[in-house]
Design a protein around this ligand. Sequence first.
Ligand code: ADP
Length: 263
Amino acid sequence: FKKIPSHRKNKDELSQLTDTFNRMMERLEGSFLRQRQFVSDASHELNTTLTIIEGYAGMLKRWGTTNEEVQRESIENIYEESKRMKKMTRQLLDLASSQNDPKLEIESFSILECCKQAASLANKLHKRDIAVRAKGALDPIIQADPQKIKQLLLILLDNALKYSDKQIEMTVSTQGEDTEIRVKDYGIGIPKEHIGYVFDRFYRVDQARQRQTGGAGLGLPIAKSIVQEHGGTIAVRSEEGAGTEFTVRLPNTQTREPVKPAE
Ligand code: ADP
């Protein structure tokens, strides 16, 4: 895009219009570039996975019937890489749909109960024991999309489980009309120089390590887009070797007395 030069020193109507136009064009240009980068990163990721699958399928075709070790290794890798690709395409679809048509099915629900359900699911899947705590005696009731909030919590828990084999804590509290959810682990942490990028699409601190843990660097971008769709914020604090804490703040919370179990 060619910028319209703004010669005039005084900000009269025309030069203000020129500035607005230039700013709009810069934003548009930026979003085109980001979109192009996204398509190129996604194609690269899918291509790498397909190349690995193709390689193992080739080995299987040549030596699969005569060499049992090749057969076992190829099948195992084809299976793992296909799972990875399936997860990645599902995540790409999630990101695309939240961008094109962010539909929220808003309901009122207990955020503490939602955190407990997400933790219990993660515990079952990973055979772990995540502790969920509420700060304060009242039960925060939030207006949000329960499916999306659960997806967001599972992404944070899944990461905490992947990058830490120690204790994981989840804390729910209210700050005025906001709900605050913290997911804290005592695992490997994120090096300082990487922390500013972890919400970027396809960003992974350690490419080699991540291929083993199965991530494509799309979990946190999805988490961020869910939080933003709800008008909230997400932040991270981490220390390498000591652990990581994600803090999510969501608006539209009221509190109520917790329901006491029947005597
Ligand atoms: P992935 O699926 O690769 O985990 P994410 O977008 O969820 O992708 O996370 C991006 C990167 O941020 C991860 O690859 C990892 O390097 C880092 N990361 C995220 N959560 C944690 C955590 N709890 N502890 C350490 N590193 C983390």
